[in-house]
Design a protein around this ligand. Sequence first.
Ligand code: CTP
Ligand code: MG
Length: 236
Amino acid sequence: MSASRLWAVVAAAGKSERMGEAVAKQYQRLAGRCVLDWSVQALLSVKGIAGIMIAHPPGDVQWQTALRDRSPLVNGCAGGATRAQSVRSALAALQAQGAESQDWVLVHDAARPAVRRADIEQLMASVGNHPDGGLLAVPVRDTLKRSDANACVEATVSRAHLWQALTPQYFPLGRLAQALAQSNAEQLTDEASAMEQIGARPRLVTGRADNTKLTTSADIAWLAFTLGNQAAAEDG
Ligand code: CTP
Ligand code: MG
């Protein structure tokens, strides 16, 4: 058996409905670069990446011009109507390119441009070779309330053992493809949930809280500020 390789999938085929802007969020320019470009560059900076597959909206060609320096390691494929379908298509495209079941894959939201290489490397180091994989996450820090249908408090929920799931999420490629092939993967908002459905218990690895997802227009200014600071720190 050959040594396992490391691949990455960038999920970038969403419709940005909650943003409600004319330009889809993966193509918004923040701190001088497209959101997609920031995300791809972070993954390219990880040592040993064999290739990156961007799942883009079907028929979209913008993803190519959104990347400032197009590395030969980066390719694209048409995503699907759901996130699970997009990731499934990207895994199939990587397999067509030579990726094998025993290889590992980082799955990242295009919409999380502020992820740091150190966090991705920490994720991989913490998971090691454990077949259940893992994901970046942050422990919930605010007091949690459960409401009734009228937005009145019904209960205060303990935040002990509760985390917010971020990306990248990191799994053996073959196991993730198998988990996503299961029928009820359609409603999933992350890959760890698909793994949970086949009995895996992915490891939660504490990441930086500023690896937030561009979700509404209100996130634009703060993410632009964070990315501007990151770029300034790298230049200095
Ligand atoms: N995504 C995808 N394919 C889909 C849906 C989502 O690749 N069919 C990607 C998005 O492009 C995004 C990431 O998954 O980078 C996280 O999803 P989300 O924040 O929900 O993005 P959108 O689905 O684009 O936004 P919305 O739900 O507001 O429409
Ligand atoms: Mg969505």
